[in-house]
Design a protein around this ligand. Structure first.
Ligand code: PHE
Length: 458
């Protein structure tokens, strides 16, 4: 009933739409990447630039992808073929599928670390931990080559299982129950962090901006993070919105998802930064930041180990639900464009990700087997991350903005987003279209050129 394409599954309600979309947005991006990038690029000023990117680039593009997906009820490539037959716009979809793989190569590595930390916490490895042993623990996690790869594969098997269960039984059920729980646990973590001796310094770092820290790379990174965080620029939101209900208010959904996602990131920052200052860990510690800080936040508090297990488990779940949306993007591409079964599509995806993803895992640390192998001056891990977040997603977003702004008919865009006039939001849709035509593309192009050194504000 919900879908135009027969035999196609879809989400059952507005609430399911919201939680599934939020489940894609909220993930390691909030709990792992946002804090470490904010730490690396100087704190509050970076947060400020990031928020601007979310508002003027992220939300309008999310709405654009919703339009494309729900209108066509097709995957990332098929949707462009349907809207612009015979034209090259579907290249955006192909680039998205490639970006999805690149992200999964390193994402599954970090998610594997989270899963291994859950196991270690259950075993009691973090009881009585100190700042020195916390750093050492992270080091040993990375130094053995096989263990992290084993955890990475376990993670991929979990993701594959949920995808095989399908849209409603898998994606919908998992996201609806677990997202609210994650939120509650982060708040508990915050309360603890705010009572640490370094709390004030941590909060100043996070909220008191110093704009001298902001250079072209920081701005490009904030833009890339906005894309990565909101799962846009690569067709994931096209894929999910192809399962949306007809009566969903998509502008509302996009705004609520973006705000909730931002809230989770900031709450994660409040949990982590006070701990860093309190325990003397450098905020610029990089990808290991979360793994060194969080066990310390929970150490020595009542029921600390139990709460740590719960927090890590929910982080693992957030990573799982986000990955489900990434792999769903490539899976739907294979089932609809290449007509293979869902099972075969999942098997192909997981195999490719496990094999190439292990390169990311082996290169994630200087001491790793591939730790010193550099391509274009970057390790495999960094290369997969940089190419997807900072290049492919912003480029995808740029072309989606141009596509909606200049190729799609305005009436068509307005009709779909107002649910054929049922919602009285035509004015807002016109404003969004204005942003998509004149603001989003200009911002993305300027940030790109600036980061390449072609134009320079500094
Ligand atoms: N938004 C997810 C996160 O923050 C990652 C993601 C990127 C998911 C791109 C889907 C598409 O963890």
């Amino acid at each position: 009933m919900q879908n135009d394409n027969q035999n196609r599954e879809g989400f059952s309600s507005g609430l399911a739409v919201f939680f599934a979309t939020l489940g894609s947005a909220v993930g390691l991006g909030n709990i792992w990447k946002f804090p470490y990038l904010t730490g690396e690029f100087g704190g509050a000023a970076f947060l400020f630039v990031y928020i601007l990117c979310v508002a003027f680039v992220g939300v309008p593009l999310m709405i654009s992808e919703f339009y494309i997906g729900r209108k066509t009820r097709l995957n990332a490539v098929g949707s462009f073929e349907k809207l612009a037959p015979g034209k090259p716009w579907k290249v955006i979809g192909y680039a998205g599928v490639i970006a999805a793989y690149l992200i999964m190569f390193f994402y599954s590595c970090v998610a594997g670390w989270v899963y291994s930390y859950i196991f270690k916490a259950i075993r009691g490895d973090f009881i009585g931990i100190t700042p020195e042993t916390a750093q050492a623990q992270f080091g040993t996690t990375l130094s053995s080559p096989w263990q992290p790869i084993m955890w990475q594969i376990i993670f991929l098997l979990v993701v594959g299982t949920v995808i095989l269960l399908g849209v409603r039984k898998g994606i919908e059920r998992v996201t609806k129950t677990l997202m609210p729980l994650l939120f509650i646990l982060i708040v508990i973590c915050d309360i603890r962090a705010l009572t640490l001796p370094g709390a004030k310094e941590g909060l100043t770092f996070l909220f008191n901006p110093d704009f001298t820290q902001i250079g072209p790379l920081a701005i490009l990174t904030a833009l890339g993070l906005a894309f990565f965080k909101l799962s846009i620029g690569m067709g994931t939101m096209i894929t999910y919105s192809s399962y949306f209900t007809h009566d969903n208010n998509m502008i509302n959904t996009a705004t609520r998802v973006a705000l909730s996602d931002l809230l989770v990131s900031i709450l994660a920052g409040i949990a982590i930064f006070p701990a860093l200052f309190s325990f003397g860990i450098e905020p610029t510690a990089g990808p290991g930041l979360l793994f060194m800080a969080i066990p310390l936040v929970f150490a020595q508090m009542p029921f600390g180990n139990l709460l740590l297990i719960a927090f890590l488990t929910l982080t693992g779940i957030a990573a799982t639900t986000a990955s489900i949306s990434i792999i769903e993007t490539t899976t739907l591409f294979f089932t609809e464009q290449r007509k293979v079964s869902r099972k075969i599509a999942v098997i192909i995806n997981l195999t490719v990700i496990a094999v190439i993803g292990s390169l990311a895992t082996l290169s994630a640390d200087k001491t790793g087997v591939l730790g010193n192998v550099k391509i274009f001056g970057k390790t495999f891990f960094d290369l997969f991350d940089f190419t997807s977040s900072n290049i492919l997603l912003p480029l995808g977003g740029l072309f989606i903005a141009i596509f909606i702004g200049y190729v799609i008919k305005k009436d068509d865009f307005v009709n779909e987003l107002t649910n054929d006039g049922l919602l009285k939001s035509e004015g807002i849709v016109t404003a969004i279209l204005f942003i998509l035509r004149f603001v989003t593309p200009v911002l993305v192009i300027v940030i790109f050129l600036n980061s390449l050194g072609i134009i320079n504000f500094n």
